[in-house]
Design a protein around this ligand. Structure first.
Ligand code: ADP
Length: 553
């Protein structure tokens, strides 16, 4: 900030005292200025480095905290919030906010310091002219505030529409097989184009506002310089000012003008950051409705594994008006196998979700060994429960890693353990037939494997977890006889010695279950052994058994 002052001095030295004397003071002044410039350059380099790394660290921590917060949310939250939107918050919003509060902040601070020192120096050099010149600042600040507010609102809308576009892209790319099968590529492309087109429309609005604002600030900067020249010329004519003073003043006003430009872009970037940040804070500070990792953890010795539903009523939070379970009561004694059957949509999967405490019942209790599961630590509870679903979802890593996912600490699982459970799950043979064996990568969600293969890997995963309680959802899709036999055998081995609730679709399963519960209209309509239930003439179970799905099994 001292540069213009010294440069003014240099000019005055050149103008006023020619001769040998002036040459000496000239070189002294220039040397001093070189030192100042060098120091300034070093400080600037350090500033850029520190701010950039600080920015990256902030973005990193922001992303990690946001991801942690998202993964802690209850399942109902994910029923309502879409994946693409969350991904967009993690990538685009976090980057925007990070940039706005670091690099931009440092530029802003610098511009602020420069402007205030510049203004001070202007008053120091010529108070009269300084007052005259700075009269433009108040109207400019009002303009800046209006512009900033507008930008903040606009950014919120822009980031939301961007999130929608990302959501759409994520869904069509993720479901490309369905999109292709229905030949909807062109329609999806059009939809996406129109979404990003809307983002473009908003960007154009922002560009327009920006153009007006920066046009106005640029114009006022130039007007300032012009008026300085005009008024300074007059003052110099009346010998109230030297050439050096006028030059210093001009340079300071240039500097102040530039800094005001810097300040306004700082302000607009900050408003954009805050616009993007609003949604981020909302997400980061959201308290999950269900606790994540707190509550009682019963002693291992006392743990039996008896499950009980007592007068449970339930409706999904996303659809509170549709009662799914109404006064459901069911007891699953420790170590027994209970088969759950019922028409499609009767709420069988919902029963499983309630046992995993993905949702809480509206009224009534779900208990484990007589203790309401709402008092238990959900992480502990889920560590005691293994699940194999109809369409097991695998991660896009190797088969070995997918199996090891079942363990408490996958890093500690040895290759022998993985192979052993794969053997028990009847999966080892087909895995060894792959050229890469257990290192075979299964593709996104396991698309590179057949349904029967995925199921056996899921069974191996559950075996490795070795849970006391097992929740199974049998595949409805018919496997070929060979596969069917292998999966069935693997399941039988998995069920041994555990408390099992199985959503049954096969005759063999209901026949072997200790108890069968028939779910209808949100409650257990019939309960007993297979033969007993079948003996009831006109019973619901009998009608279900007559249906094709069971007959084929
Ligand atoms: P089943 O497993 O017996 O076929 P479900 O338990 O999957 O039946 O579904 C029971 C009812 O709950 C259905 O009417 C279904 O539309 C509804 N449902 C399932 N999942 C959700 C959800 N996440 N949000 C809202 N409603 C749901």
């Amino acid at each position: 900030m001292s540069a213009p002052f010294f440069l003014g001095n240099v000019i005055d030295v050149i103008y006023t005292s020619p001769g040998a004397d002036s040459a000496r003071s000239l070189s002294r002044l220039c040397l001093l200025l070189s030192g100042v410039f060098l120091g300034g350059a070093a400080a600037n380099a350090v500033r850029v480095y520190l701010m950039q790394t600080a920015g990256q660290r902030i973005v990193t921590r922001l992303r990690a905290a946001l991801f942690a917060s998202v993964l802690r949310q209850e399942v109902a939250f994910f029923d309502k919030t879409r994946t693409g939107e969350l991904v967009n918050r993690l990538s685009s919003d976090a980057a925007l906010l990070g940039r706005s509060i670091t690099e931009n902040l440092s530029d802003g601070l610098r511009a602020g310091a420069q402007a205030s020192i510049g203004v001070g120096m202007m008053f120091f050099v010529s108070p009269k002219m300084a007052t005259f010149v700075l009269s433009v600042v108040p109207p400019l600040s009002i303009l800046a505030v209006i512009y900033g507010r507008y930008l903040r609102k606009l950014t919120k809308v822009t980031q939301d529409s961007l999130a929608q576009a990302t959501q759409l892209a994520e869904e069509s790319i993720g479901n490309i097989r369905t999109v292709r099968a229905f030949g909807k590529e062109m329609i999806e492309i059009e939809k996406y184009t129109s979404k990003v087109g809307y983002v473009m429309h908003l960007a154009r609005k922002e560009a327009l506002a920006r153009a007006g604002f920066f046009g106005a600030t640029g114009l006022s900067g130039n007007l300032i310089v012009l008026s300085v020249l005009y008024k300074g010329g007059l003052l110099m004519g009346s010998a109230h000012m030297t050439v050096g003073e006028l030059s210093s003043f001009l340079m300071y006003s240039f500097w102040v003008g530039l800094s005001i430009g810097g300040l306004s872009s700082f302000y607009s970037e900050l408003m954009k950051g805050l616009g993007a940040g609003g949604r981020l804070w909302e997400l980061m500070e959201r308290k999950p409705v269900l606790p994540f990792n707190e509550g009682a953890m019963p002693r291992e010795e006392a743990f039996q594994g008896t499950l009980e539903f007592r007068h449970v009523r339930f409706a999904y939070p996303a659809r509170p008006e549709a009662q799914v379970l109404q006064d459901l009561s069911l007891r699953i004694p420790a170590g027994s196998v209970t088969a759950l059957v019922g028409p499609s949509g009767s709420g069988k999967s919902t029963v499983v979700s309630l046992l995993l405490r993905l949702y809480d019942p509206v009224s009534g209790t779900v208990s484990l060994d007589g203790c309401d599961i709402r008092q238990l630590n959900p992480v502990w509870l889920r560590s005691k429960i293994g699940t194999v679903s109809q369409e097991p979802i695998l991660f896009s890593c190797s088969i070995a890693e997918n199996i090891a996912y079942g363990a408490d600490d996958p890093a500690l699982v040895t290759a022998e353990q993985v192979e052993k459970v794969a053997d028990v799950a009847n999966a080892a043979a087909f895995i060894r037939n792959f050229p890469q064996g257990f290192s075979t990568v299964v593709g996104e969600k396991g698309v590179l494997l057949s349904g029967g293969q995925k199921q056996r890997i899921a069974i191996a995963r559950a075996l490795l977890k070795n849970p006391k309680i097992l929740l199974l959802d049998e595949a409805t899709s018919a496997l070929d006889a060979e596969n069917e036999h292998l999966v069935q055998e693997a399941l039988d081995r998995l069920m041994e010695g555990r408390t099992v609730l199985v959503i049954a679709h096969r005759l063999s399963t209901v026949k072997r279950a200790h108890r069968v519960a028939v779910l209808s209209q949100g409650r257990i309509a019939e309960y007993g052994r297979h033969e007993g239930l079948l003996a009831k003439p006109d019973g619901l179970y009998r009608r279900l058994m007559d249906k094709q799905s069971f007959a084929s099994a």
